[in-house]
Write a protein that binds this ligand. Structure first.
Ligand SMILES: [Zn+2]
Length: 592
């Protein structure tokens, strides 16, 4: 590169990678994505070490079994769940699935192709499907030990040019590991089935059009990392748009950000199922203004039959926001195998038993665990052991700590403020409410997507009884008798709540004084408008007026308090699209 060119650029360093940014191009680099990139690097490091462990375990298992039996029937080998099509061990989860499938019928198991194990584990190949400047690909190549080739794609010539420039700028290590191509990622993924151990999808907006090809391109046991920045859509601003993109109806509950993650997971699973594949989520996070999920993908026609058991519809009361999950499918034991049937329902009566109002029905969502807690622990430990190498250490560490404490088997959550708002009462403190739930012999945890979220396996009847007992000591003004709160309070509690402080009401993070929710470092931290684009109302509805206003005004104010940030985020989601258009028109009018 000629030095004359360099004057037009500024160097941006993140982690161990440096990129050149043209001085005129201010939106090409999104600083807020450092959390996303750091989290991805942490997951990649954990993936590489898990993959190695699984491979070693498979080799030693094979060595043991070859000592006992000289020749093995193909079906017997696959029943053990050890080999997959690329000869790698699928690990615990897949092993269990295969165990279950062998009950289902040995025909399926026998179909699994068996190839001799590769003794040598090749470094994982990574596909960065929408690479833009290439910063992410460069960070992977430079920072993740043991990583293989990183293929960076983009279908924008200017992005590919920038990416190739940045690869050179990062020196020999990068030029040998990272390659950049101008192509449509979908075509590349379709024509390279099961070729990549890791596929990273980080599109601007919805990833939906890339999912079908992405799930085919991931090797067995490989990792798909997928971002969705269209949170407004996933959170129910336009339910019908979400349905057309993801095949699931969102509900506007306080839990909508978690529902967004679960809609995304259900959508990926549905694409995978078309190719006799299924997903195992390892980590699902809602960071800043986007959703990011990390799932492993396996192939098994029989394990795939369990998919309807992992999906649920959600009934949410329009009066009191009580919600109930309706499983899409169920399984019944039959002799030595399993019979699959449609879900048994409805799980709720026509009218809400608590307040008498009707229900909205959303979903289907992924209702199986959205994190693998063992993974979360090892990712968190890995991050802590390499503190200096994560620019966003505090943020991702606090987030992983909160995730590690989430109840893994309780989808969605309640909002304490919402419960209090329904009854028009003051809210008990989170510690008091959590204590009352634990004293009633139920489990409770927080949620990483909302500081006020409460996950619990207590039925809604118990939750409302706790609130009824609270209101007895904190009376409310009388409302009209058909108000949902009045209907709920007209019943006497059958469970007497015990609000005495329980030691388990504090999260471990609180006890250890780890900050669980950190404010963003600056105002308007979040997705930016794609490089070189005019801002339209579409952008506003996609990323929210906050982000667009920030882009237009270039605000650099200090971040507000934690709860204010949270409120703002929800405002973005809950505003009607018309409102946003109006706001953006005002901004454009005032700036011109
Ligand atoms: Zn209700």
């Amino acid at each position: 590169m000629e030095t004359a060119d360099l004057n037009d650029y500024t160097v941006i360093k993140e982690g161990e990678a440096e990129i050149l940014m043209h001085k005129k191009n201010k939106v090409f680099f999104n600083k807020a994505q450092v959390n996303n990139r750091d989290m991805s690097i942490a997951v990649l490091r954990a993936f590489i070490s898990k993959r190695k462990q699984e491979h070693d375990a498979m080799l030693s298992k094979r060595a043991r079994s070859s000592g006992k039996v000289v020749e093995k029937d193909v079906s017997e080998v696959s029943k053990e769940g050890a080999p997959t099509e690329n000869g790698e061990d699928n690990g615990k989860t897949n092993g269990e699935e295969h165990e279950a499938s062998s009950k289902d019928g040995s025909k399926e198991a026998a179909k699994t192709t068996y190839e001799p194990a590769r003794r040598e584990l090749k470094p994982p190949r990574v596909l960065e499907a929408l690479s833009a400047s290439g910063l992410r690909a460069l960070r992977y190549a430079r920072e993740v030990e043991g990583i293989g080739q990183v293929v960076a794609l983009d279908n924008d010539p200017a992005s590919v040019e920038a990416c190739q420039r940045n690869i050179k700028f990062n020196g020999l290590m990068s030029t040998s590991k990272v390659e950049s191509h101008l192509t449509d990622a979908r075509v590349h993924m379709l024509t390279n089935p099961k070729e990549f151990d890791v596929v990273d999808l980080d599109p601007y907006g919805a990833p939906s059009i890339f999912l079908d090809s992405a799930v085919q391109s991931v090797a067995d046991g490989g990792l798909l990392m997928c971002t969705a920045t269209d949170m407004a859509v996933l959170c129910g601003a336009n339910g019908e748009v979400c349905y057309s993109k993801y095949g699931s109806y969102p509900l506007k509950g306080k839990y909508c950000h978690e529902m967004a993650l679960r809609i995304l997971l259900a959508s990926i699973e549905s694409h995978a199922n078309r190719y006799k594949r299924y997903i195992v989520p390892v980590l699902s996070v809602q960071i800043d203004f986007y959703a990011r999920v990390f799932v492993r993908i396996y192939t098994s026609a029989s394990a795939m039959k369990n998919t309807p058991l992992k999906l649920s519809y959600v009934y949410q009361c329009i009066g009191c926001d009580s919600f109930h999950l309706q499983s899409v499918g169920r399984s019944l034991p039959k002799h030595n195998s399993v019979r699959y049937q449609a879900g048994l329902g409805p799980v709720v009566p026509q009218d809400c038993t608590h307040c008498g109002k009707k229900y909205n029905m959303g979903g289907p969502i992924w209702s199986a665990p959205m994190h693998d807690q063992e993974w979360v622990t090892s990712i968190l430990n890995g991050v802590k052991s390499m503190k200096d190498r994560y620019p966003a250490y505090n943020k991702i560490c606090s987030m992983l700590t909160t995730i590690s404490e989430e109840l893994p088997d309780v989808p969605l959550f309640l909002s304490l403020h919402n419960l209090a708002a329904t009854l028009k009462c003051t809210s008990p403190s989170a510690a008091m409410f959590r204590s009352a739930v634990i004293n009633a012999k139920y489990r409770v945890s927080g949620s990483h997507v909302n500081p006020l979220g409460i996950k619990t396996d207590a039925p809604m009847e118990i939750i409302w009884d706790i609130m009824r007992c609270w209101v007895k000591n904190h009376p409310v003004k009388a409302q009209s008798p058909d108000h949902p709160g009045s209907v709920i309070l007209s019943k006497e509690p059958s469970h007497q709540a015990d609000f005495s402080r329980h030691v388990g009401s504090l999260s471990k993070a609180q006890v250890k004084k780890v900050a669980r929710f950190l404010p963003n470092p600056e105002k308007h931290w979040g997705p930016k408008v794609r490089a070189g684009r005019q801002i339209t109302s579409k952008h506003v509805s996609l990323i929210g007026h906050e982000a667009v206003n920030g882009h237009l005004n270039g605000h650099k104010e200090a971040a507000g308090a934690e709860e204010e940030e949270e409120e703002e985020k929800e405002d973005v989601v809950e505003d009607e699209p018309e409102m946003k258009r109006q706001k953006i028109t005002e901004v454009i009018a005032s700036s011109s």
